[in-house]
Design a protein around this ligand. Structure first.
Ligand SMILES: [Fe+2]
Length: 379
């Protein structure tokens, strides 16, 4: 069945137009800036029509699996709850990011990883999900058990991205351990808590395993044809290594120098939506806004707040003067292309009919009023 949707503000790859999007069998078949005697099925008026968002990094599933420290939820319920949040935030494709490191904030990934993946596989097979859920496995290279955790899932058909990380205090994201201690204390933690948190972050890590683990992950990415992502690069040397390893995305570089060097290799610079909306990184590192100001921002991921993607994209338009098509590309077309998805991310003929109807509040807040995936309304 064909449907014609009218909007005064359609974000196409060529720019903002007033017109109609024609969809049929889940695909966009035409985008018409000058529709003739129109027989619209939907009139979105002044609300914007933008592509469904593509999120390559969100830890939101883990949060639903363990809503409070030590309180586990069932995997299927967590999948549904997380999915609902993504869809209602305008995200039609999401790479659920699961960290392959033993213990964090009371969540034991050695025992939770398998059930979380299996529950999402099942929910997808049941047709119970609104968004399309793919998988991003975050490989903590100092984890001596990394390969045991990774190997059972590396041939999962939903696996779309692998990243290599080292979160040992003193490395990359937490080069400034004293700064981390001050932030934890300012956040209300006692000195004893801070000591425990830091000792937890050293627990289960073996820096001597990092090199061999990284080589294994790089080899698996190549063997299985899965795109690879660098994480928290801080120095020129980190970026050189990431490029040599075939990384196509620089996720959350912690310095502007590392971001700039990633550009030299055409690695897409990915920053977190919450960092952008808040105006700073929660770990005191490179600000996503500084990247935008330096025109070194290619992808925004939701990281830990699904609604941050749409909000960030419209802030790029309103506050940074970016053209709408360039701003929306950071949350749709560019992340899609970098993980090999060519069938979505743009309002253009031949693309999936993944659409978001966005109402603009006078204070700038973009409100996702309707979300469609492959021609069907999902939120
Ligand atoms: Fe990190």
């Amino acid at each position: 069945m064909e449907r014609r949707i009218h909007s005064q503000a359609i974000v196409t790859p060529e720019g903002l137009i007033c017109g109609e999007v024609v969809i049929r069998d889940g695909e966009i078949v035409a985008v018409d800036g000058k529709p003739a005697a129109s027989c619209r099925d939907e009139d979105w008026g002044a609300d914007w029509l933008v592509p469904g968002l593509v999120d390559i990094h969100t830890d939101n599933l883990e949060r639903h699996y363990q809503p409070r420290p030590g309180a586990l939820w069932d995997g299927y319920g967590a999948a549904l709850a997380h999915d609902g949040q993504c869809a209602s935030a305008g995200i039609t494709t999401v790479l659920d990011s699961l960290s392959l490191h033993g213990m964090k904030d009371g969540l034991d990934r050695r025992t939770s990883l398998g059930p979380m993946i299996a529950a999402m596989d099942q929910a997808a097979a049941d047709g119970a999900l609104r968004a399309e859920h793919l998988l991003h496995l975050r490989c903590e290279v100092t984890n001596p058990e990394l390969l045991d955790l990774l190997e059972p899932h590396v041939d999962n058909a939903r696996l779309r991205l692998l990243s290599v990380m080292d979160h040992t205090p003193g490395q990359r994201q937490t080069t400034d351990v004293a700064g981390l201690q001050s932030r934890l204390l300012a956040g209300g933690h006692s000195e004893a808590d801070v000591k425990e948190i830091l000792s937890d972050r050293h627990m289960g890590r073996d820096p001597s395993a990092a090199h061999a683990n990284r080589r294994s992950v790089v080899a698996m990415a190549r063997a299985y044809g899965v795109p690879l992502c660098a994480h928290d690069d801080a120095t020129i040397e980190h970026v050189d290594e990431a490029h040599a390893d075939g990384c196509v995305i620089a996720e959350f570089p912690v310095t502007l120098a590392a971001a700039a060097h990633s550009r030299v290799y055409d690695m897409a610079i990915c920053m977190g939506g919450p960092n952008f909306v808040r105006g700073s990184s929660h770990s005191g590192n490179l600000s996503a806004r500084a990247c935008a100001q330096a025109d070194m921002l290619d992808i925004l991921a939701s990281d830990y707040v699904p609604l941050s993607m749409l909000r960030s994209a419209f802030m790029l338009i309103d506050d940074f003067g970016w053209a709408p098509e360039k701003a929306l590309a950071t949350v749709a077309a560019t992340p899609a292309r970098k993980v090999g998805l060519t069938d979505r991310g743009e309002i253009a003929p031949g693309q999936r009919a993944d659409l978001v109807r966005v109402a603009r509040r006078t204070d700038g807040w973009p409100v996702p009023k309707e979300v469609w995936r492959q021609g069907l309304r999902i939120a």
